[in-house]
Design a protein around this ligand. Structure first.
Ligand code: ADP
Ligand code: MG
Length: 313
């Protein structure tokens, strides 16, 4: 199978959870479009309840979509449910394990489940890679939370999928383990695996991902390379209503990102971390423009960003 441009492509993907008992119907994904480039580390970033797990679980076949299309590795999940799922390894948000198996047995079982022939199994290699080789014969119930998390990743890798999906992989994981997890994820990525992870930590997405989609209330509100997104998060608009009409931008202001709106207002786009409003205003006033009114505006990304950072605190 030749490698597609996109590891995952979804179009108008929708999930409405039906009402049950006292719970009203819930639109968890509102016809979203996302394309995840092959070879990327892609972050799905959003506050709790945004719809991240719903997205992952539809791809994994654990949740049935109510609308739209999804392709994994160029295979439609409706037309090729088995083959498409064989292209992903999914690590779920909750730790789920059978406590009575050893890591080695757990991987062997998983390989059997995926129909990986004995001769092609890489059980020890994978245990080695996630740092569990010395625990191969321990019972899962004896493993620490971090080790269980790593075993879950190991299980997701037994069928050698080109795409690894991690749903909130560092939830409840200490800093040290987080480091070693990321090191391993980066290594997989360097070896060619496309990585998709969900998180509600901006810093985590920022540190690891080369592209980020921000999702909130079931809508994608941004999807772009990380560097571009960070710039945008920092972006502010200053809108100045001049007392007298301004016909042309004064030369002294030409180094600013400034334009005259149709209604005659001046709109200046600036970086919050670089320029203060005070300095901008001074600069404008110095040209003789008298300010009747002013307002600031920011992309709605900021709201989500604030929601996420307060939640993480
Ligand atoms: P996230 O992973 O971003 O925190 P989820 O995809 O888990 O978000 O949830 C999105 C929304 O869908 C939330 O409002 C959640 O309560 C709701 N939801 C999730 N699973 C179910 C379900 N099985 N039944 C009903 N509502 C659900
Ligand atoms: Mg979730």
């Amino acid at each position: 199978m030749s490698a597609p441009d996109y590891a995952i492509e979804v179009e108008k993907l929708e999930k409405v959870y039906a009402a049950s008992g006292k719970m009203p119907e819930k639109r968890a994904l509102n016809a979203i479009d996302i394309k995840i480039p092959r070879g990327s580390i892609f972050g799905l970033l959003g506050p709790n309840g945004a719809g991240k797990s719903t997205f992952i679980n539809i791809l994994a076949g654990l949740v049935t979509k109510t609308g739209g299309k999804a392709k994994i590795w160029d295979m439609d999940i409706d037309q090729h449910p088995r083959a498409s799922r064989a292209a992903i390894g999914v690590v779920n948000q909750e730790i789920t394990m059978d406590p009575f198996f050893t890591p080695e047995e757990a991987l062997e079982l998983q390989a059997g489940f995926y129909g990986v022939p004995k001769s092609e199994r890489r059980t020890l290699e994978i245990l080695e890679a996630v740092g569990l080789a010395d625990k191969r014969d321990a019972y899962v119930r004896q493993l620490s939370g971090g080790m269980k998390r790593r075993l879950m990743i190991a299980k997701a890798l037994v069928h050698n999928p080109p795409v690894l999906i991690l749903d909130e992989p560092t939830a409840g994981v200490d800093v040290e383990l987080r480091r070693s997890l990321w090191q391993y994820v980066r290594r997989l990525h360097d070896e060619g695996t496309t990585i998709i992870l969900t998180t509600h930590y901006l810093e985590e997405a920022e540190e690891l991902c080369d592209e980020i989609a921000i999702i909130n209330h079931g809508e994608v509100i941004a999807c772009e390379p990380t560097s571009q997104l960070l710039k945008r998060l920092d972006q502010r608009l200053l809108i100045i209503t001049p007392r007298e009409p301004v016909d042309a931008i004064p030369d002294e202001l030409k180094d600013l990102d400034i334009r005259i709106r149709q209604n005659g207002d001046l709109e200046i786009s600036y970086r919050n971390t670089e320029t203060g409003i005070g300095r901008l205003l001074e600069k404008v006033r110095a040209t003789g423009i008298s300010v009747a009114d002013l307002a600031t505006d920011q992309p709605n990304l900021e709201d989500v960003f604030v929601a996420m950072t307060t939640e993480a605190a």
